[in-house]
Ligand binder design. Structure first.
Ligand code: GAL
Length: 420
């Protein structure tokens, strides 16, 4: 449907009645669910009704499968948490409502940091509204464990391995992680950043340069990644990210590498981020910021009541007040320019400062593991290669680098979306 500014005005001024929206998301862990509660309650305070369409599973893979079947049955929800390349893919297929007339009419663009606007734009349309910025390259560390054992937090991967060996010798699991492919991919992404730096990361994932993907630096990153297999929990098969965080909180594990949704979980369990659990850039990545932008897209609808409900939801999501409340609980930072960070915790304040510096210094990097850097098929292919590699102690890094390049090349066409 093509919108004229006139249509927007008309729609925004329809008589007020209770609006209903069904919203797909996968925010089901303790901290995530609390963040969704913030949204639900603000929506309800405005006299509206919320139909929760929550699909379990960190990283959202199951949610995306369910969404596809609903869309194929011509019955998509009004709204969904869709992000990065998934947005481009759904937009190319013609499913998403273009929010640019609203954005222009309501003056949203100047409120969006350039990265946010770029990520959400597709051929001149606005595909979604931003909700929060998560940082991926974080190292979470149990301070009491480190103090008790007299250990110094690692700032590069060499130190990480040294500290991990010491922890293991003392009977503490060094690295809280489960064997889900997406969790392993988060870890690998941070290894690539820390071992190879920004230029290597860009060449490997954004340019998908064959020589870089198969070269010595990639082999080194894979070798390091494989080395970390020694430090995972004994029962790591099936461990969810938030269960890994619980292990970190209890001191059963000393460190976790994960996006800052971890922080939502900490607060839900009354652990103070930046105090009980320290937040540091993942080893070797100080100054870099790999981002994951959460956003809500609206599926095309015909019914004026549904269209109106979508418009109202989008407007609520775009308010600084809502974004401050939501992101304080979710662990992310607001996705609007110049947010008021006064009531945020230490890690969020650090995240925002680092975000700004990275923005100015050209050090913002789209997260590969979270669907910001490569199309969905390619990301899936990468995850498959990485998880077989990590789980096979005899796997060979040189051969795996070749497999990685091949897997990425084979998914380069027919993704349904053009490369940005
Ligand atoms: C990400 C999502 C985050 C967080 C995480 C774990 O994909 O963007 O908001 O919830 O999954 O479920």
């Amino acid at each position: 449907m093509k919108w004229s500014p006139f249509a927007v005005v008309t729609l925004l001024s329809l008589p007020v009645s209770a609006s209903q929206v069904e919203v797909l998301h996968w925010w089901t862990s303790g901290g995530e669910a609390k963040a969704v509660e913030v949204l639900k309650s603000e929506w309800a305070e405005r006299g509206n009704q919320w139909n929760d369409f929550a699909v379990q599973g960190g990283g959202g893979k199951s949610a995306m499968t369910v969404l596809k079947s609903r869309a194929l049955a011509a019955n998509p929800p009004e709204a969904a948490n869709l992000k990065g390349y998934e947005l481009d893919e759904w937009a190319s297929l013609g499913f998403l409502r273009d929010l640019s007339p609203m954005a222009e009419h309501l003056g949203w663009y100047p409120k969006m940091p350039p990265m946010v606007r770029d990520t959400l734009s597709h051929n001149g349309t606005l595909m979604a509204v931003p909700i929060g910025i998560h940082r991926i390259n974080w190292l979470w560390l149990n301070r009491a464990v480190f103090e008790r054992l007299g250990l110094t937090p690692p700032t590069d991967w060499e130190q990480f391995v040294t500290v991990a060996k010491q922890l293991k010798a003392k009977g503490v699991t060094p690295l809280a992680i489960g064997n889900e492919p997406w969790q392993l991919t988060v870890l690998f992404e941070t290894v690539v950043l820390g071992e190879g730096g920004k230029a290597f990361y860009r060449k490997a994932f954004l340019e998908q340069d064959p020589a870089t993907l198969t070269g010595p630096e990639m082999v080194r990153a894979l070798t390091r990644f494989q080395q970390l297999r020694d430090f995972v929990p004994e029962k790591y098969a099936g461990l969810k990210w938030h269960q890994a965080t619980n292990l970190l909180e209890s001191g059963g594990a000393a460190m976790q590498i994960m996006g800052d949704w971890v922080k939502g979980e900490l607060s839900a369990g009354n652990y103070r981020p930046g105090e009980d659990i320290e937040c540091l850039p993942s080893p070797g990545s100080a100054g870099l910021f790999s981002y994951n932008l959460d956003s809500i897209a609206m599926f095309k609808q015909r019914d004026p009541a549904q269209l109106q409900a979508q418009g109202e939801l989008a407007q609520l999501l775009m308010t600084p007040e809502f974004q401050a409340r939501f992101n304080r609980v979710k662990g992310s930072i607001p996705a609007l320019s110049q947010p008021d960070m006064r009531q945020f915790d230490r890690c969020a304040i650090r995240s925002y400062q680092d975000f700004q510096q990275a923005e100015q210094g050209g050090n913002l990097l789209p997260s590969m593991s979270d669907g910001m850097a490569v199309p969905t098929n390619m990301r899936q292919a990468i995850m498959d290669v990485l998880s077989s590699f990590f789980n096979d102690p005899r796997a060979n890094p040189e051969q795996t680098a070749l497999q990685l390049e091949r897997a990425m090349r084979s998914t380069r066409s027919g993704t349904g979306a053009e490369q940005k």
